[in-house]
Write a protein that binds this ligand. Structure first.
Ligand SMILES: N[C@@H](CCC[C@H](N)C(=O)O)C(=O)O
Length: 332
């Protein structure tokens, strides 16, 4: 059997199958990668309970870089970055290479990652550096308000006359709006997310991750996200990083630059630290769990065929520790 081992991982319950392609005896083609992601991530007919995406780990030929991450969304599209995924890949490479702090190649940048003190007993915790940051329409794939280059706390006539939006690439594209308690838990986020991730929309023809944010108090926010290529997720690491930076820019009375911010999400909580400066490039530290739930051994042919009847599953005990951590969080 041409076997592969997949590791089911999550960051704030944003879940992925992780595959170290250096363990395979041949290189996967791009169409095989897309097919594997679509097959295993399907929530109804996929591998066990599906996933939000597939993380591929490969060698990097960049100097002083330990490995390379690629992110394939559940619909088979490729994203330029994944914050929650990067923490999980960081843990995998840290344990494989016995290193605590190093860089990982991603589509647009080599990003520093590091092992951190646990958020809670038994919850492995990692930090990922999120950058490059841009507000430019070109980097966002955005066509808005008569060709303007940025969208910062403005309405978008084509979408909604009341809500104000900020568009930011980190470097994957995010559209962020600060909303009230009713709006954040309602259906409008999904309606907007579906509309903007339909190829016929004129504002973001290539799609965009959409987040609603609520300021909860001093250095505390709640973020709910509809992800491009996925749909509603329990959390999105780049969305929480982008939302933290936008909160510092627009609400600096409560959300501070260079301070630890608690970012609550439907799947748990992470910390961010925004590094905003007028003289240098902005970046965000994203600190949160990197939980390994189980390993699954399966044949590559059956994975490509979408046949998941013959699999060998080994559960870790880590999800119990994560659930205990969630119980300690304040109810939002
Ligand atoms: N969940 C991820 C982001 C994954 C990519 C996104 N869906 C996109 O297409 O940009 C995260 O944790 O950042």
């Amino acid at each position: 059997m041409n076997g592969v081992q997949l590791i089911k991982v999550h960051g704030s319950e944003n879940d992925f199958y992780m595959l170290d392609v250096t363990t395979l005896d041949h290189q996967l083609s791009e169409s095989e990668i897309k097919q594997i992601a679509i097959n295993i991530c399907n929530r109804k007919a996929g591998l066990i309970d599906g996933a939000d995406g597939l993380l591929l780990i490969d060698k990097s030929d960049h100097i002083n870089v330990l490995g390379k991450m690629r992110v394939i969304n559940a619909d088979g599209s490729e994203a330029s970055m994944c914050g929650n995924g990067l923490r999980c890949v960081a843990r995998y490479l840290a344990e494989k290479n016995q290193q605590q702090s190093f860089k990982i190649e991603t589509m647009q940048a080599d990003l520093p990652v590091a092992k951190m003190p646990s958020l809670s007993k038994g919850v492995e915790t990692y930090q990922a550096h999120i950058s490059p940051v841009s507000f430019s329409a070109n980097d966002l794939g955005m066509r808005v308000n008569a060709g303007e280059d940025t969208l910062i706390n403005q309405t978008i006539a084509e979408l909604n006359t009341k809500l104000k939006f900020t568009a930011i690439a980190v470097p994957n594209p995010h559209l962020i709006s600060f909303v009230d308690e009713t709006t954040i838990s309602g259906d409008y986020l999904g309606e907007l997310g579906h509309y903007l991730n339909n190829k016929t929309n004129s504002v973001f023809p290539d799609g965009v991750n959409v987040s609603f944010v609520r300021i909860l108090g001093k250095n505390q926010i709640f973020v709910r996200t509809f992800e491009r290529g996925v749909g509603y997720t329990d959390a999105c690491g780049t969305a929480m990083s982008a939302s933290s930076l936008v909160s510092v820019l627009l609400h600096n009375d409560l959300i501070e630059n260079n301070a630890k911010i608690s970012v609550c999400n439907p799947g748990g909580m992470v910390n961010t630290v925004v590094h905003h400066s007028d003289n240098s490039e902005d970046y965000i530290d994203l600190i949160g769990n990197a939980t390994f739930m189980r390993t699954i051994d399966i044949s590559l042919d059956e994975t490509l065929a979408g046949n998941f009847t013959n699999i060998d599953i080994n559960e870790t005990k880590e999800q119990a520790s994560y659930k205990a951590f969630i119980k300690t969080l304040p109810k939002v």
